[in-house]
Design a protein around this ligand. Structure first.
Ligand code: FES
Ligand code: FES
Length: 156
């Protein structure tokens, strides 16, 4: 069936079954492969995107439920020419190691800052539940603080 939506500011019609995971619609139909598959059970966060500004785990969101909604993927967060402030901070703090989880981490961090522009460590820890097998959690926290202008944000 045809599912009308918006992805990264552009109108998109998905031609997939409405119970297809949003992750697969993004990756297979649109070739937006920055959003990653990790677990498929909403446990790791590698597939995080925004739907109407809220972070969701797209592996577990049926595409039929996002009809008429606005989706943002990592490809829409920033560009190499005009990176999002978080992407700049991620580079400055050398957050990515293997990098696999980082698009999801960035989407989760962007959603956090949209709700809590100056988050505490506790708020960061509560919001950033994405898993990183390279254990970049301390650097993620530092980079978020750097963008927020809060403590622990200085580049070492
Ligand atoms: S792939 Fe979606 S949460 Fe792990
Ligand atoms: S940077 Fe390797 S899994 Fe997070």
């Amino acid at each position: 069936m045809a599912i009308e939506t918006s992805v990264n500011g552009k109108p998109v019609t998905f031609h997939v079954d409405d119970d297809t995971p949003l992750l697969w619609a993004l990756r297979e139909e649109l070739r937006l492969t920055g959003t990653k598959f990790g677990c498929g059970i909403a446990a790791c966060g590698a597939c995080s995107v925004h739907v109407d500004g809220e972070v969701v785990r797209s592996c577990s969101v049926p595409v039929g439920t996002v009809a008429g909604k606005s989706i943002t993927t990592i490809e829409g967060l920033g560009t190499p020419e005009a990176p999002h402030a978080l992407q700049t901070a991620w580079i400055a703090h050398q957050v990515p190691q293997c990098g696999y989880c980082q698009s999801g981490q960035l989407m989760a961090a962007a959603a956090l800052l949209s709700h809590s522009p100056r988050p505490t460590d506790a708020q960061i820890d509560a919001a950033m539940t994405n898993i990183c097998r390279c254990a970049t959690y301390v650097r993620i926290r530092e980079a978020i603080h750097a963008v927020a202008g809060t403590s622990a944000g200085a580049v070492a």
